[in-house]
Design a binder for this molecule. Sequence first.
Ligand SMILES: C[S@@+](CC[C@H](N)C(=O)[O-])C[C@H]1O[C@@H](n2cnc3c(N)ncnc32)[C@H](O)[C@@H]1O
Length: 303
Amino acid sequence: MNDPSTELTWGAQLKWGVERLQGTVTTTPKLDASVLLAHVLDVPRTLLIGFPEREISDADAARYSALISRRVDGEPVAYLTGHKEFMGIDLMVDARVLVPRPETELVVEAALRVLEERLGEPPDNANDTLDAPVPELLVADIGTGSGAIAIALAVLEPRIKQIYATDISPDALIVARHNGDRHHVTDRVNWLEGDLLESLEIPVDLIIANLPYVADNPDDIMPEVRRYEPHIALFGADGGLGHIERLIAQIPSHLRSGGAVVLEFGYNQHASLAAALAAAFPQARITFGKDYAGWDRYVVIQC
Ligand SMILES: C[S@@+](CC[C@H](N)C(=O)[O-])C[C@H]1O[C@@H](n2cnc3c(N)ncnc32)[C@H](O)[C@@H]1O
């Protein structure tokens, strides 16, 4: 509960929220408090700094206080606001889907580079006819969750003709479809329910996947992530890499010749995955990429 002695101004409420979040699960108390206050007030976050003396109603102060308490308990900010920005795109998120992570943006950027290598640089002029979808270019996003990867690729690479976005979770697909509608990509993204590649009826040029890869081991996951995010999105089979290994086995029958695969994986899985990939794709060009902390976290396989 908010301290009733806290002044009902934006500045005082912000300061109170930051103090309440200090020393809790969050490493960004200032950011979190300002995102939550701006969400409650329905104003851009930048306004909070400029107008600390503005007043907040009792009702809004109570809503803000409740959100701060949930954040103290470890609930992700994105579930509290219902939104997460991914590659500059606003996505609706809730407890049915994993909160898209910044490192997954690096995976999408790697996929965009692969596509650019194949198609050439996108034309400067968005109205250029070259910008129209290339008839053949097909992509599959496996384990789409909120739809983050599929929607980002559809928005950022208009030359992709069709993206097949699959998930085994019907709940996640409801969220993904909603996000697809909001970003007007429904005509180019097919949302498919199924296990890995099973719902994919034709081979594609690029397979991209951020599948669950965490081992169900307390050391490998923060308690608040385990508590709030869907376990079906987090835990990989067989000690972590089970889903990815099963996907690798299915790839040859679902990838067109000359196609590519981009996979995200866990910070401690590079060696096992490198061995599995070398055995499965002896002729392929395999390139690992790092996350912001310097860990190998994704791999590009060019067949
Ligand atoms: C780590 S989340 C990634 C979500 C999203 N692609 C992202 O990057 O934010 C993994 C997703 O894979 C889905 N999933 C789990 N097992 C699956 C399977 N066997 N086949 C397809 N999708 C699966 C989960 O439901 C979850 O949405």
